[in-house]
Design a protein around this ligand. Structure first.
Ligand SMILES: [Zn+2]
Length: 442
């Protein structure tokens, strides 16, 4: 995830930074609901989810997930040992398709972008819910992806992000099929490509804009470990900005626009941008390069810029001010040397655009996710992150990213680990209950 998906620590920091926001009120309510289920009077939805969990087929599916926990962990480890660098997910995708077929998922196919898609049909008409994990990792080709096991702990690149999600999605699909759990509508099971930084959400974009355009009513991505609900999508606009000029000797050619000076003017303007804290808006010049020697007027300077916000309109607004600052820097540097004929140009390359969006706390998908956690006596905080759900959120389609249980460490690092401890199976149990709630409770 991210740019990259926020690390656990960063998410925790972000969550605490939100202590002043409205989400926290919801979090507190959720915490209360999760911790004191006996005292709080359940809502109609909560009672409905309690009843759902107690129906024979659903109870069997929940029990089977715990009983077959070793199968889930085997899937997680074996999927992870198939390399899936950005834009090279084919091998893992082919294996994932095979795994889907072997558990009885129907109509398994691969779309033009490389996403693997299968279906489980409900017994009555109803909505279409897409349940996905992402196939890609951040690790380049040639990375040693051997998974080491030590008791309940698995160590290997991508083992949590998102081999856990992929395994949880399979475990949920497998039990819905095996226990013949009735539901309304259609459940799409997906392993999608391109979630991590370089992929720029290309897999999910293709699903919503092309492959499954206008046919998805709800979206769940299983990504991350622990128990939590991401219902806010941080959007980002990233650019590599170049200032280009003629260049020349610092003494002999003096008196012409200097690309580094122009970029300095731009950076000073960016540094002074006003940004709101609610909704949170951020800007950053992260990398600067340029020049060839101390006594040369450079012919080029470049910088990488990152703008972020959970609000699409706030992101668009600061983007407009950034673009103006970049252009004004050119005209000011040119005006500094009015008699020079040397050109000074600005080139803006887009590195990545991630749409922002929010699935409001009051929507059915968030309430059902919280209700299922309450039924299972789990505490599921609401958080904001950058995940595959950004795309549907931006389109106004109800979407959440759910954690897959267990305890993860070191996402995006070579010593990434996942510890199932004693109750990792609660992750897939919860995802199963959320999925079935969404397909039966409305
Ligand atoms: Zn991920």
């Amino acid at each position: 995830m991210r740019s990259i998906r926020l690390t656990v620590a960063a998410r925790a920091a972000l969550t605490s930074a939100l202590m002043v926001s409205a989400s926290v009120v919801a979090n507190a309510q959720a915490a209360q609901a999760a911790k004191t289920p006996a005292k709080a009077k359940p809502t109609a939805l909560e009672s409905g989810v309690d009843k759902l969990a107690a129906t024979p087929t659903v109870a069997s599916a929940i029990a089977a997930i715990q009983r077959d926990n070793a199968w889930t962990l085997d899937q997680q480890a074996s999927i992870c040992q198939i390399p899936a660098p950005p834009f090279k997910e084919e091998k893992r995708a082919a294996s994932y398709a095979e795994r889907m077929r072997s558990i009885g998922v129907q109509q398994v196919r691969t779309d033009g972008e490389g996403n693997v898609i299968g279906e489980i049909r409900g017994t009555k008409p109803g909505p279409t819910l897409l349940l996905a994990g992402h196939l890609d990792t951040v690790f380049p080709e040639g990375t040693d992806v051997t998974v080491k096991r030590d008791g309940t702990k698995l160590t290997g690149p991508g083992i949590g992000d998102d081999c856990r999600g992929l395994a949880v999605v399979l475990a949920v699909a497998r039990q819905i099929v095996a226990q013949k759990v009735p539901f309304n509508g259609r459940l799409l099971i997906v392993g999608n490509v391109g979630e991590e930084g370089p992929g720029n959400l290309r897999g999910v974009r293709a699903l919503f804009n092309k492959t499954l355009k206008d046919s998805i009513d709800m979206f769940i991505s299983v990504d991350g470990t622990g128990i939590g609900i991401t219902n806010g999508g941080v959007g980002s606009n990233r650019y590599r900005v170049h200032y280009k000029g003629l260049g020349g000797h610092s003494y002999g050619a003096f008196g012409m626009p200097n690309p580094i000076h122009a970029m300095g003017r731009a950076i000073a303007k960016i540094a002074d941008l006003e940004a709101s804290s609610k909704p949170k808006v951020t800007f950053n010049v992260g990398i600067v390069t340029g020049g060839t020697s101390v006594n040369s007027i450079p012919f080029e300077a470049a910088m990488d810029i990152d703008l972020r916000s959970e609000s699409a309109s706030a992101l668009a607004e600061i983007d407009g001010r950034l673009q103006k600052a970049l252009r004004d820097a050119v005209s000011e540097e040119k005006a500094r040397w009015p008699s020079s004929k040397a050109a000074l140009s600005l080139v803006i390359d887009t590195i990545g655009i991630r749409p922002a969006g929010t699935t409001h706390d009051s929507t059915f998908i968030v309430r059902a996710s919280l209700a299922a956690a309450r039924t299972m006596n789990l505490y599921a905080p609401l958080t904001i992150s950058s995940t595959d759900s950004n795309v549907p959120m931006n389109l106004g389609i109800p979407a959440v990213t759910l954690d897959g249980g267990g305890v993860g460490r070191g996402a995006h690092s070579l010593d990434e680990s996942y510890d199932d401890r004693t109750d990792g199976y609660k992750g897939p149990q919860w995802v199963l209950l959320v999925t079935l709630s969404l397909l039966t409770q409305r």
